[in-house]
Write a protein of this length. Sequence first.
Length: 276
Amino acid sequence: MSNVQVAVVTGSNKGIGFAIVRALCKQFPGDVYLTARDPSRGREAVAKLQEEGLHVLFHQLDIDDLQSIRALRDFLKEKYGGLNVLVNNAGIAFKVHDTTPFAVQAEVTLKTNFFGTRNVCTELLPLVKPYGRVVNVSSMVSSSALGGCSRELQEKFRSDTITEDELVELMTKFVEDTKKSVHEKEGWPNTAYGVSKIGVTVLSRIQARMLNEKRKGDHILLNACCPGWVRTDMAGPKATKSPDEGAETPVYLALLPSDADGPHGQFLSNKTVRTW
Ligand code: NAP
């Protein structure tokens, strides 16, 4: 088993994830894995970074596929005995003018952005080594969507005692409510992406609390962040930041020094803790 440090970035064949890998290759003192659901897109991305003279490794990962997540988990366990940095970046968003029925958009978006990210965490967080860093890429849209929730839902999502099971129940209820066309009546905002990212931010707060309770001495720091509005296939060419600029906050959190005791369990943008 290798005692080299290892970092993994989900959904990194393009966009912000690709830029995060590029930055980690330059700054992280260990092996960096670019992962992609499609191996040929992944290998093309790896070749681009190799052309830039960077040393990067590849592993397949589809966060919608539990078998794929577990294959990566087993690989990391066997080759490295765990992992040091995990960046949950993979995500999807329907375009604003997409005519897919809202209930379908809700189910598909939540499946990847919330449930897929959660499955990666469930399988990989137990492998994170002491002084490990975990970054969940959420969005400022999670804050605005929170503001669009009923007072009762806002209280639940801001609660310091909400459990992961309760959060899963709420995310499941949102999808069910959209199918019955009652989501607005039930206090949800009209954004599937926004609700999925509320899920990612709240999940991060819960996971950080669990680390405090169960692994306090391990000094692991886990946070959610917004990369900003970034020119990628998701956000389009009018966005204000380049992918490398969008990678800055996630990379800052992934590389928090070993003597840092925070931020932890926070939501950040532009490297600054935001009120949730
Ligand atoms: P992007 O260019 O569309 O890239 C998304 C990446 O996620 C792609 O590599 C995609 O792979 C991958 N992905 C999607 N579903 C996946 C799955 N099931 N398993 C594994 N990988 C999967 O988007 P981006 O703008 O870089 O977004 C990256 C993250 O930042 C997302 O979580 C997004 O919500 C968040 N974000 C973006 C912005 C922005 O302005 N761009 C703002 C706030 C937050 P394929 O190539 O195979 O589709």
